[in-house]
Design a protein around this ligand. Sequence first.
Ligand SMILES: [Zn+2]
Length: 214
Amino acid sequence: MFSDVLKNLKPYNTRQEIDALMNIENGPVKTLECLGDFEKPEDFSKNQLDILFFKLREISVNSNIEIEYNCVHCGKMNGGLIKIPDMFNDTSDELYDDIEIGFFNSSEIENLVDEAENIGIDEYDEIVNKYRHNNSILYQPIMTLKCLMCGESNYKDVEASECISKTSLKDIYQSITDLSVYSSQGFADVMIMIPYEREVLVALLQKLIDDGNK
Ligand SMILES: [Zn+2]
């Protein structure tokens, strides 16, 4: 049952995060296998895989995904924040198995994004709400972002498997090195930290270094 898989999710550690980042090119199933023990991950639908990536990211790193995009209205570069809980309907756990998670396939998502640009936000919300009330949509992979320059709405879908880390492989290795050299944490200790824990320690270390330089 998919709801059991969701209930039993555990955060991944730094070693798993690195493995997953190195396997992103090999597809979502391979990437997911790096992040935990999943029975038959190849049987998950595209949407189930997306949901797993977002939920794992939420419990292992944090729930805010920072993205950069060019506004389709004024062309200016923007920074935006997508909050993972906003993507999910407020549905109770048992609904996870009953509702049709596979409603949005990737071409439908693309169509809806294209359509959203034309129909405007109210009508777009109406369409989404219609599916929501039919219990045929569990999560909304398209998020609305307001352009900071012109105030117009942009619709974004986020690649779930690319959200498993907040940082690059190079930065992760840098953090591991910094913590091994400047703190009491050894390489092996850092490898079993969950990414959230590692980032907190790196931030504390940075603060110590900054204070020392004053
Ligand atoms: Zn704009």
